[in-house]
Design a protein around this ligand. Sequence first.
Ligand code: NAI
Ligand SMILES: O=C(O)C1=N[C@H](C(=O)O)C[C@H](O)C1
Length: 212
Amino acid sequence: MKIGIVGYKGRMGKEIKDLFEEKNHEFVWGYDKDGEYFQEPPQIIIDFSLPEVFEKTEDYVKKFKVPLIIGTTGLRDEQIEALKALAKDVPVVQSYNFSIGIQLFLKMVDFLKDKIDGWDIEIVETHHRFKKDKPSGTAKMIKESLDKDVPISSLRLGNVAGDHVLYMANLGEVLSISHRALSRRAFAEGVLKSAEFVTNKKNGYFTFTDVI
Ligand SMILES: NC(=O)C1=CN([C@@H]2O[C@H](COP(=O)(O)OP(=O)(O)OC[C@H]3O[C@@H](n4cnc5c(N)ncnc54)[C@H](O)[C@@H]3O)[C@@H](O)[C@H]2O)C=CC1
Ligand SMILES: O=C(O)C1=N[C@H](C(=O)O)C[C@H](O)C1
C-alpha cells in the first residue's frame, strides 16, 4: 500500500516508515513541522505526532478520503469525538499503545479488577527523556480499565522505549503486572497490523483491541 505519515520525521514516524518499506509498502506522502512531502496521494494516513497537529490530520484524511491509524497520545475529549465523527466516512483505528503485550496486560487487568477491592493500587510508567506528555496514554488506558481513581507515577529516564507496571498490594502480599517495550518496533508492528485490518473496511471506529 501507499502510505502517508503525519510526524514522519519523528521517532515513531521513522520506525513506521522503515517497517512498512521493509514489507514492500511505499511511503508517498508526509506531513511534519516543515510542511508537506508529496510524491502521490496516500491510500492510508498514519498519525504519530502531537495533539496540536490533530486538526491538520483531520483535514488531510477528509481531503484524501483514506483510512486513519492514530497513535498520538494526549488527545482531548473533543478530538476523540472528532475521530468518531470522521469514522462515519472512513475507517479509523485509535490506540495509545499498539503493542500486543499491552493488549494482554489490559485483558489481565479486566480479569483482576473486581478481585482487588480494598487493595492499594498504583501505576508506574517510565519513558525516555524526550517524551512530551505525562502521564503516558497507556497509563491512562490501564487506569480506565481498572475503573478506579488510582495514582500514576511518571519517570522520564534516558532512552526507555516504554515501561508500564501495575502494582496491587494488600497487607500480606504484592502482585504486579509489568510490560516493557524493548524498542519502538513493537508499536510499528501493531500499526502495520492495523493498516492491514482496515484495508477491507469502508468506515468505522476501531481500537487496537478490535484489530488483534
Ligand atoms: N500509540 C502508540 O503505540 C505510541 C504512541 N506514541 C505517541 O506518538 C507520538 C509521537 O511520538 P514520537 O515519535 O516519540 O515523538 P517525536 O517528537 O519524535 O515525533 C513527533 C513528530 O511530530 C512532528 N511535529 C511536532 N509538531 C508539529 C507540528 N506543529 N506540525 C507538524 N508536525 C509536528 C515533529 O517534528 C516530529 O517529527 C507521541 O504522542 C507519543 O506519545 C509513541 C509511541 C507508541
Ligand atoms: O511516547 C512514547 O514513546 C510512547 N507513548 C505511548 C504512551 O504514551 O503510552 C506508548 C508507549 O509507551 C511509548
